[in-house]
Write a protein that binds this ligand. Structure first.
Ligand SMILES: NC(=O)c1ccc[n+]([C@@H]2O[C@H](COP(=O)([O-])OP(=O)(O)OC[C@H]3O[C@@H](n4cnc5c(N)ncnc54)[C@H](OP(=O)(O)O)[C@@H]3O)[C@@H](O)[C@H]2O)c1
Length: 306
């Protein structure tokens, strides 16, 4: 029999993920929705149909076998689990897609296990547009049986692929998610420098684009190339706002410092994010790092359109 599922946390990510769970996941209907601000859950439920809004955290847990959370931050998760852990959680599986700290997630997973429940961490890579198109990368860790239980809801339902860490502590997924942020920021920084370099040398960004596509047949930088060369990094809908990226990059820097890792490219990318925030405001896109690199290279922040 399909499990009963609750989705808690209806920010931009949760809205898309819960809709895809309802539409594409093999779950018992209705999908239970819970959000701290109840009106958002009511509005989402009316739009989707086949949902039921829970009026408290306790009821959100009571009704379901699987409780999926996607909350803002560590504080939100700690406060919500305080309420969850005062209910009967025996046999229930908690899936957490919030980006929080590895240590806190391991501590909550232990408390859930002490209460007779199960816990899987599934932080995701990709913002709301990728969540809507079911293209998130889902990093899953926790005991193998629990990861197997939710596997059918990851690839093809809320996301397009899984980084499978089953058998490892839930915190491992959070650690890898922070490393994923390192990869993204370092790639954006490299792409921005390559294009500004090409422009200052006079060979131009179009030729750099050709070179990149030839050298890297499945280019990791294609998305950022498009953002920068189309100008969408300056005026389009942001992939991720610099204000959000600065919070996350601060945590990655703390992690690197704690372990003595040398992350110089990342430090530079973070300085460029700060530049973009000062120059363009908190809602500018992270790929506007291109503008910061251009200014340092003696070019105007925005390229003139050809
Ligand atoms: N957005 C992205 O690009 C992106 C990409 C990958 C991963 N993530 C991660 O996904 C998670 C959700 O992000 P998001 O962008 O969808 O939305 P968000 O604005 O970060 O989170 C919104 C949700 O958290 C709830 N919330 C906040 N504080 C709370 C508290 N103290 N107690 C209970 N609930 C609380 C909000 O409830 P109310 O509606 O009542 O405020 C809302 O449901 C975050 O951990 C984020 O880091 C985001």
């Amino acid at each position: 029999m399909a499990p009963r599922v609750t989705f808690m946390g209806l920010g931009p990510m949760g809205l898309a993920m819960s809709e895809n769970l309802l539409r594409y996941g093999d779950i018992e209907k209705p999908l239970v929705l819970y959000n701290r601000t109840r009106e958002k859950a009511e509005a989402h439920s009316s739009r989707l149909g086949n949902c039921q809004v829970a009026d408290s955290v306790a009821n959100a847990v009571l009704f379901s076998d699987i409780i999926w959370l996607c909350l803002q931050d560590q504080k939100a998760i700690e406060e919500t689990f305080q309420k969850i852990l005062s209910t009967d959680i025996r046999g229930k599986l908690f899936v957490d897609s919030s980006t929080t700290s590895p240590e806190m997630v391991d501590s909550i997973a232990q408390r859930v296990s002490d209460g007779g429940g199960h816990f899987v961490a599934v932080p995701v890579m990709g913002g709301p547009p990728l969540a809507i198109s079911r293209s998130l990368t889902c990093i899953a860790s926790g005991d193998s049986k629990s990861v197997d239980t939710i596997r059918p809801y990851l690839e093809g339902v809320v996301g397009s692929n899984i980084v499978d860490l089953s058998g490892e502590n839930p915190g491992a997924a959070l650690l890898l998610k922070l490393m994923g942020n390192f990869l993204i920021m370092a790639t954006i920084e490299t792409v921005a420098e390559a294009h500004a370099f090409a422009e200052t040398c006079g060979i131009g960004t179009k030729n750099m684009d050709k070179l990149m596509a030839a050298v890297f047949p499945r280019p990791p930088h294609a998305l950022y190339n498009h953002q920068m060369l189309s100008g969408e990094c300056f005026s389009g809908k942001p992939l991720v706002e610099v204000s959000k990226a600065l919070l996350l990059t601060g945590r990655v820097m703390e992690l690197a410092q704690k372990h003595g890792a040398s992350v110089k490219i990342y430090e530079i990318a973070r300085e460029h994010l700060k530049f973009v925030k000062d120059h363009e405001g908190p809602d500018a896109d992270i790929t506007a790092i291109y503008g910061a690199v251009r200014v340092e290279s003696g070019l105007p922040f925005r390229p003139s359109r050809e």
